[in-house]
Write a protein of this length. Sequence first.
Length: 293
Amino acid sequence: MAEPPWVLRSLLFVPGHRRDMIPKAAASGADAIILDLEDAVAAPEKPAARGVVAGALAGALPERLVVFVRVNGLGSGLIDEDLHVASRPRLDGVCLPKCEAPADVQAASARLLAVEDRLRLPRGRLRLLVLVETARGVLEAAAIARESVRTCGVVFGAEDFTADTGLARTREGTELAAARSAVSVAAHAAGVDPIDGIFADFRDEAGLIADTTEARRLGYTGKTLIHPAQIALVHRVLAPASDEIARARRIVEAFERATTAESGVVVVDGAMVDRPVVLRARRLLARAERGEA
């Protein structure tokens, strides 16, 4: 299955019952929106939310915008009804919450196959964005991430994770470091996008910058958001800086010259450079060329 032709730096949650918010989210500049039928919608509002989401998917969403729907979890008894109303050709994928085992991915993938057949879409067109939000999910993250070729990303859900484990949620997020790192490593090992969870206080710009900086340090390449005001800051923090790009180019160029001269190690800016450093530089340049800079 070919990689999806999109870059997922910013994924903006939109409550499924808020019809007024969807056009604003679609025009916000986010790489993707996630129309939410799960946590953002109270139980009495869910039937109305399904109708709003179905209408949005049948409407005039921007062509280049990536559109996911977060369905209710497999154990909720609501996922099949959610998928029925979300089954529109404009849908790019489904966000699966509370994913705890590879079997959850298998069950969701089978449902998406049925949707594709019903809509006469190419098999494999609908993608999965899996949310790892519990202690069990973190322990199974590597197996979850590699279970299906449909999976395009793994999201670490910090809010639900702290609720599941009883950890006190802090602004600094040090209590999340081990689990957050484990999910990022699992996504990288599977070759899918590691997506960090939300930063809840959308008025706290300094906190968002610090949180996103730490996410990038842990290997995350994208972040879920709850407010359009967070988008530009997240894009800026996740993007390779101009000096990083310039140094990466110097490294690659020096190494290519050295390889021609049959040398496997060079010195760039006073530091020894070998193949792992070159690989990291090439990956950074690839990100920049894909539009992440």
